[in-house]
Design a protein around this ligand. Structure first.
Ligand SMILES: Nc1ncnc2c1ncn2[C@@H]1O[C@H](COP(=O)(O)OP(=O)(O)OP(=O)(O)O)[C@@H](O)[C@H]1O
Ligand SMILES: [Mg+2]
Length: 475
């Protein structure tokens, strides 16, 4: 006999602390292979990040006392602009299920730098980990949440049972039981209809929680993050919001209720704990443009602040404890990957203590014509693929011949040599110029097949490339 569940019979469910991440199962070779799908060349850098990632997995398998001793081998990636430093980091981020953030060192040297203290990167990382863990937990409770949501939706859809059934104090127990059974049968009928979509057109009234934000603003000050913490501690009620009735269609209500149930089923405290743990054990901070803070004292103005930033970063890289709203976080085992072009400054211009904290140095190679050919066509979502797909939305069938791709790569190299070497970014400017006409005319073209061959590339670009002054501006 189908028994209608009461609204409050929510079973607390046990949530295992998930620490499993897919990157853990990847060998260095597999990590490199994975990166190869997006980044051309730069084998040395890929190797280094792969080893560093694997090493932390190895570390986690050690007995705790020994694991404690193993410091992460932070990496310094050195290479000219536009050769894939940030790209490697970005791809790594998606690949590594580890909490990962990318911060620009120069952010901390900007005017009013003290406003954004360097510890904020750890806080951001924790926040990210919290979102990550919460999302995982939500997936785990999804089914349960959907079931709860269905019950709540049925409560909303069904006519309220007769009073006798509700109070359970009917004079005739026989009749009362009959009524209860009838109600249960109705409920099951509704459930079937609900699942089949037969009720999708119906409108129900749902109590939604408003997310009210406090109506005052805080001016960004020296301890913005701390203010943030305190506010939420002090004024919890402020962020909870009141509930309000809203009418919505059944499918929308189902989605809303399922989300609300998911939120209820996920224990945020345990999420916070797991997130902090994950950051401590597996967090990665990608510190971009580190050369922008290189340079020691002796200079005036900005140099002083640059060195100041280095000094501020030092303890975090060394290992310190940062207070976040999700708890204290130790940074000892966070992996730092720093990157910089080091055109003007050299790694030796960093303060010695910081240099010593980045024991692994990898240099990225400048890119050449052959690399450009591959970058244009090989990676997933390569530039040529992108443009072809974009124009396909206009019904245009764009085809670049191999010759054409080769010519584009050559032109990009030439311009890089003659003016400034901006690496693969040059491909963007060159392609944009090359496809300028097609991009503009696409919607009006009658002939929907466009073949771009070497001759077309020459016609569109040769003059500009030959004219140095001109290419400086347009390419
Ligand atoms: N080796 C490569 N393989 C594939 N694409 C690349 C490669 N190098 C650069 N690119 C492309 O060029 C663009 C710029 O690369 P990226 O952002 O990695 O430069 P960077 O090395 O970080 O330079 P910067 O020092 O200026 O920050 C990206 O769009 C990326 O897709
Ligand atoms: Mg970069």
């Amino acid at each position: 006999m189908p028994v209608s569940r009461s609204k409050n019979s929510r079973v607390p469910i046990y949530l295992p602390a998930t620490t499993a991440t897919t990157i853990d199962s990847l060998t260095p070779r597999q990590i490199v292979a994975e990166l190869d799908r997006y980044v051309i060349g730069q084998a040395q850098a890929k190797r280094a990040v792969a080893i560093a990632l694997r090493n932390r997995v190895r570390r986690q398998k050690l007995p705790p006392e020994l694991a404690e001793e193993v410091a992460p081998k932070n990496i310094l990636m050195i290479g000219p602009t536009g050769v894939g430093k940030t790209e490697i980091a970005r791809r790594l981020a998606r690949l590594a299920q580890s909490p990962f953030i990318k911060v620009e060192a120069s952010k901390f040297t900007e005017v009013g730098y003290v406003g954004r203290d360097v510890e904020s990167m750890v806080r951001d990382l924790v926040q990210l980990a919290v979102d990550m863990v919460r999302e995982e937990r939500r997936v785990e409770v999804r089914e349960k949440a959907a079931a709860n949501a269905e019950e709540r939706l049925l409560d909303l859809l069904l006519p309220p049972p007769p009073p006798a059934v509700r109070s359970g104090a009917a004079p005739d127990p026989e009749a009362a039981r009959g009524a209860r059974e009838a109600a249960a049968r109705t409920r099951e009928r509704f459930r079937e209809q609900l699942r089949s979509g037969a009720l999708d057109g119906r409108v129900v009234e749902v109590a939604v929680r408003e997310k009210s934000m406090p109506s005052f603003e805080i001016i960004a000050g020296s301890s913005m993050d701390e203010i943030d913490i305190n506010m939420k501690d002090m004024l919890p009620g402020l962020f909870q919001g009141r509930s309000r009735k809203r009418r919505m269609k059944v499918p929308d209500a189902a989605e809303y209720l399922a989300q609300e149930e998911e939120q209820k089923l996920v224990d945020m405290e345990s999420v916070s704990r797991a997130a902090v743990e994950r950051v401590q054990q597996a967090g990665i901070i990608f510190f971009d443009e580190i050369d922008k803070i290189a340079g020691r004292e002796g200079g005036h103005g900005p140099d002083v602040s640059r060195e100041g930033v280095q000094r501020d970063i030092l303890p975090i890289v060394e290992g310190t404890t940062v207070n976040t709203k999700h708890g204290m976080v130790r940074t000892d085992h966070i992996l730092f990957v720093a990157a910089g072009a080091f055109h003007l400054a050299k790694p030796s211009d960093l303060i010695p203590e910081l240099q010593g904290r980045f024991p692994i140095r990898v240099e990225l190679e400048p890119l050449e014509t052959a690399d450009f050919v591959r970058i244009l066509t090989e990676p997933r979502g390569a530039l040529v693929t992108q443009y072809t797909a974009l124009l396909a939305t206009e019904g245009l069938d764009l085809h670049l011949t191999d010759d054409a791709v080769h010519r584009i790569a050559e032109f990009a190299s030439t311009v890089n040599e003659r003016s400034e070497n901006i690496g693969a970014r040059r491909l963007h400017t060159v392609l944009e110029r090359l496809l300028d006409e097609v991009s503009f005319e696409a919607p009006d073209m009658l002939d929907k097949r466009v073949v771009i061959d070497a001759a077309y590339v020459d016609r569109m670009l040769a003059d500009i490339v030959r004219n140095e002054d001109l290419s400086r501006y347009v390419l």
